[in-house]
Design a protein around this ligand. Structure first.
Ligand code: ATP
Length: 360
């Protein structure tokens, strides 16, 4: 990618004791992206972020920021700044002093400090609270102080390590919106580490999904959700039905599969003849009918479970061969719910184009 601000090239990090936290990762992150490193606990995302910041050095490979190899550049000389999970702010200083601190220690003239702190306060909407101390503020406000402290130094890249994990659910939702707005306004590249798929999907322009030190797939949120390349990605991003199948033959741009509990089915795919695969279908793509539908793909079964979540209901249907299908039903009316009950015989159906063949 020619406009990459951060280029990670074949980076590996092995810790003493035999843990390879990051295993030969290559990634290009473009200017002005809101990029997320997403994966389960221990997949290496924090280690990768710390290597970008300079807090950790790669065992091998290169980290290039703004066209320069960072091998010998310490953290404070890099065009990056990090916002930590615990949002380190000084408790004895006011909001204003907290934000000014980083500029003061690097000898920025006081006029300029005043102006830049004023701008930073405005960016994070804390102008009215400039004279407060952190212990007189809410968690979300303290988080904004930490953001302003990082932004005031005008980094090219802002690194955020699980920035919302210390906030309660409602505040987290508000801060997601705030962070995306902020990123658009300041025009700085944001790289965020999170294990929360909703957080990554709702905020990031692109996401790298990591597993056991490796990058599994890099794509936009919609591409990851609708076109996952592996069972791991399909399962990690949202909920999914994964059904075992074997590919028999290629017919044009489709494959003819024998699918557990469903029999023969044609699904769009290429070159997997003889392979054991999984057919993936998202629960909201499945529909429930009480009488036999005319759909091309339909399976008869019995409702095993119904769970009510307010906006949706989650229905589990057991079909032949013990095949369990998870179906998400939108609760469009107040009375409706899923409209089915446990033990009821039903049909589940979906469009062929909503099935994805996964070989890995
Ligand atoms: P989490 O979401 O739990 O923070 P993560 O995806 O950020 O997980 P890392 O913190 O990068 O994962 O850790 C990746 C692996 O490297 C883990 O197995 C971890 O135990 C190991 N690890 C991290 N830092 C060190 C260290 N300083 N020394 C030894 N092993 C480490």
């Amino acid at each position: 990618m020619s406009d990459a601000i951060v280029s990670i090239r074949n980076v590996t990090k092995a810790f003493p004791g035999g843990v390879t936290a990051v295993d030969n990762v290559s990634l290009d992150i473009a200017q002005n992206e809101f990029f997320a490193l997403l994966g389960p606990s221990g997949c290496g995302k924090t280690t990768l972020l710390r290597m970008i910041s300079g807090l950790e050095m790669p065992s091998s490979g290169q980290i290039i920021i703004g066209g320069e190899d960072m091998a010998f550049t310490p953290p404070n000389k890099r065009p990056t700044n990090m916002v930590f999970q615990s949002y380190a702010v000084f408790p004895h200083m006011t909001v204003e002093q907290n934000i000014a601190y980083g500029l003061k220690v690097t000898g920025v003239p006081s006029d300029e400090i005043r102006r830049r702190v004023g701008e930073a306060l405005e960016m994070v909407k804390l102008t009215a609270l400039a004279a407060r101390k952190p212990d007189q503020m809410s968690g979300g406000q303290r988080q904004r102080v930490a953001l302003a402290r990082a932004l005031v130094k005008r980094p090219k890249v802002l690194l955020l390590d699980e920035p919302l994990s210390a906030l309660d659910a409602k505040l987290r939702d508000d801060m997601r919106l705030e962070l995306t707005r902020l990123q658009e306004t300041v025009g700085i590249t944001f790289i965020i580490v999170t294990h929360d798929q909703d957080e990554a999907l709702s905020m990031a322009s692109r996401i790298a999904v990591m597993d056991r030190g490796s990058v599994q797939q890099v794509a936009t949120p919609a591409e990851l959700y609708e076109h996952p390349r592996s069972r791991f990605v399909a399962d990690f991003i949202g909920k999914v039905n994964l059904i075992d199948a074997r590919v028999h033959r290629q017919i044009g741009r489709k494959v003819d599969c024998e699918v557990k509990g469903l029999g023969r089915m044609e699904v769009a795919s290429d070159g997997l003849v003889g392979a054991q695969v999984a057919i993936a279908i998202r629960p909201e793509k499945l529909k429930i009918a009480v009488s036999e539908p005319a759909a091309a793909i339909r399976v008869h079964g019995k409702v095993r479970d119904v769970a009510y979540y307010g906006d949706t209901s989650h229905v589990v249907v057991e079909a032949a061969d013990g095949l369990m299908l998870s179906v998400n039903v939108q609760n469009e009316t107040r009375r409706g719910g899923a409209g089915v009950e446990r033990g009821q015989p039903v049909w589940v159906h979906w469009s062929p184009e909503d099935s994805i063949v996964l070989s890995e």
